[in-house]
Design a protein around this ligand. Structure first.
Ligand code: FAD
Length: 382
């Protein structure tokens, strides 16, 4: 009946399904949620405002092939995404850049520091704070300390539930300071939103005569992953099986649960034109939530009546009903556990693991679409 079975209809599963179908394969998608699009899913709320149910997603990429592929299924609302941090009531642009410098310090000091930074690192450069902290000049080191304490530390502790000592210095080290007046959060060439939303984009991608989508179906009700083969409805299946769900949950966590951070999204609607006048404010030194997103500024629905926001509260995923695993917690111990599951499934030659859950790593949308395009080519070539 089917040449390929894809589990999950997120960015990973939808892209693979489309490419395999275009190559002539008959594809079945099994999706346990009641909708396609995975975590990129968006839909109007009861007030008619387009919201992102699993957290705000801003598409950004420098990958021409990814942009071209997705553009077959959508037009774009492109903009330069900007974020500010609320630091003791003052809103400052992040990542920290020369505009931030001038907000934080008085003019004379900011002018002096700007000159120093440009002389030291060059205009337009991107300097990790770890590197700034190593600078012998105490004034430059003070900027790094400011960024670490006011933008990075508490935000990261909230997000990952870790103490400063537990936070890997490699993570700290990556927080950049931009020696430029570019306020954009990402520096990618393309950034914005599918014009009508992510869900219509994925629906169009999956609208192909060779693709069948079955929603609200947990793959475990149709597929059995034995030692060396997959059974589909009780019969051996030799076609391609592309799995994009959580690997531990596929095997009922038999070696133990892979740790994730989850998020609780609290949506609120206000009968006023604007709540914060911008799309995203990060709360880096106060509040229990990490950020507030106001959707109308993210999706360009500026003229809608009323406004909907979401606050994000981070917590440790337990696997309880209704929780979603969002961010893999990557460290040596968890990686070793992941490898155990990966070894278990490797013996089944026609199964491919793809995506943020199945590979237990963080991918941006463009990175997973790129990976899915590459995997599809590999499968088709075989
Ligand atoms: C809060 C948050 C914000 C983000 N913001 C951005 C952003 O701004 N920009 C960006 O580029 N990226 C962002 N990302 C990353 C983005 O969400 C991922 O790149 C993308 O969702 C990965 O797609 P995926 O297909 O791998 O996973 P998913 O989207 O999670 O899709 C996996 C699908 O598999 C299904 N599934 C799982 N198990 C089973 C099963 N047993 N049977 C059937 N179906 C199953 C799930 O229901 C799901 O639909 C963000 C991530 C998070 C967590």
């Amino acid at each position: 009946m089917y040449d390929s079975i894809v589990i999950g209809s997120g960015a990973a599963g939808s892209t693979v399904a489309r490419k395999l179908a275009e190559a002539g394969k008959k594809v079945l998608i099994l999706e346990k949620r009641s909708h396609v699009g995975g975590n990129c899913y968006d839909a109007p709320d009861e007030f008619g405002i387009l919201i992102h149910e699993y957290g705000p997603h801003i598409f950004h990429t420098n990958e021409e092939d990814v942009y071209e592929f997705l553009s077959e299924f959508t037009e774009w609302y492109l903009f330069g995404h900007e974020v500010v941090a609320n630091v003791h009531g003052e809103l400052i642009p992040v990542p920290f850049n020369l505009n931030t410098l001038h907000k934080v310090y008085d003019k004379e000091k900011a002018d002096k520091l700007e000159k120093l930074l440009i002389e030291e690192y060059g205009e337009g450069s991107r300097v990790p704070i770890m590197k700034l902290r190593e600078n012998q000049n105490p004034e430059i080191k003070a900027i790094a300390d400011y960024v670490y304490e006011n933008i990075f530390l508490q935000y990261t502790m909230k997000q990952w539930g870790q103490t400063p000592e537990e936070i890997d210095p490699a993570v700290t080290g990556r927080v950049p300071v931009l020696i430029s007046y570019d306020n954009r959060y990402f520096q990618d060439k393309y950034q914005g939103m599918p014009k009508d939303g992510y869900t219509p984009m994925f629906e169009k991608m999956l609208n192909h005569p060779k693709i069948t989508v079955e929603l609200s179906v947990d793959c475990k009700s149709r597929l059995e992953f034995g030692e060396e083969q997959v059974l589909f409805d009780g019969v051996p299946f030799d076609g391609d099986v592309i799995y994009t769900g959580a690997l531990d949950e596929l095997f009922d966590c038999e070696f133990g649960r892979l740790p994730y951070r989850s998020l609780d999204f609290k949506f609120e609607h206000f009968k006023q034109d604007s709540y914060q006048g911008r799309s995203v404010v990060n709360y880096t030194v106060s509040e229990a939530f990490t950020r507030i997103t106001e959707f109308k500024y993210l999706t360009g629905q500026i003229d809608t009546n009323g406004t909907t926001i979401v606050k994000e509260y981070s917590f440790a995923y337990t696997g309880a009903e209704g929780e979603t695993p969002y961010y893999a917690i990557i460290n040596d111990e968890n990686q070793t556990l992941y490898e155990k599951y990966a070894e278990r499934i490797k013996k089944i030659k026609n199964v491919y693991l793809l995506g943020r859950l199945a590979e237990y790593k963080y991918y941006n949308i463009d990175a997973i679409v790129k990976k899915a395009l590459e995997l599809s080519e590999d499968i088709i070539r075989r």
